[in-house]
Design a binder for this molecule. Structure first.
Ligand SMILES: Cc1cc2nc3c(=O)[nH]c(=O)nc-3n(C[C@H](O)[C@H](O)[C@H](O)COP(=O)(O)O)c2cc1C
Length: 171
């Protein structure tokens, strides 16, 4: 099973990237061929501007992946601007693929913000979502470390459920 994890935050201290890396570690232990793309290291142009080489390569990796995990930070109760650009320009190869959402927010009450990503992925590419979102807020971290036992437990649950269902959908 080939899993592509796309961290969409451009923040140099991204908390959703920390969550993505933890999930990647868990999947790698299960022998999944798993890679993390930190999009803050890519050159990305907005829609209607030239599609950069990095964007073309990301599109290709999405096409080649069996399934995808998307990391997002909540911005104004929705997805962040960079993720919208990636969705609008790089996701054509994601048709019908299984996907999961990993989300960091400032507060505990923004969890429904991930529904915008669900809507886009389901309506635009008929993607199938893992019915569990890995969600964490500022208080679950101390600097770049996850301090919440609950979040650590939910990382394990998310990882094992993504693995079990992802594997079945691959066959
Ligand atoms: C422009 C902007 C808007 C934000 N809006 C929200 C919001 O609506 N709800 C919330 O809980 N946090 C909000 N936040 C806080 C971020 O979700 C939080 O910093 C999170 O860690 C971002 O993910 P990242 O660290 O992976 O970039 C906002 C942050 C920014 C910069």
């Amino acid at each position: 099973m080939k899993t592509l994890i796309i961290s969409s935050s451009l923040s140099k201290t991204s908390k959703s990237l920390i969550l993505c890396n933890e999930v990647a570690l868990g999947l790698s232990k299960k022998k999944v061929n798993c890679s993390v793309i930190d999009s803050s290291s890519l050159i990305i142009n907005p829609t209607h501007k030239r599609k950069t080489k990095d964007m073309q390569e990301l599109s290709q990796k999405i096409k080649e992946a069996d399934n995808i995990i998307i990391g997002m930070g909540v911005h104004c109760y929705s997805i962040n601007d960079n993720l919208k650009i990636l969705l609008d320009n790089c996701f054509d190869g994601a048709q019908k693929k299984f996907f999961g959402i990993v989300c960091a927010a400032g507060g505990e009450k923004s969890y429904l913000s991930t529904m915008h990503l669900t809507q886009i992925c389901m309506n635009e590419w008929r993607m199938i979502q893992l019915p569990r979102v890995l969600y964490a807020s500022n208080g679950d971290f101390s600097k770049d470390e996850i301090i919440s036992k609950d979040v650590k437990e939910r990382i394990k649950l998310f990882t094992s459920e993504f693995f079990e269902i992802g594997k079945k959908l691959c066959n």
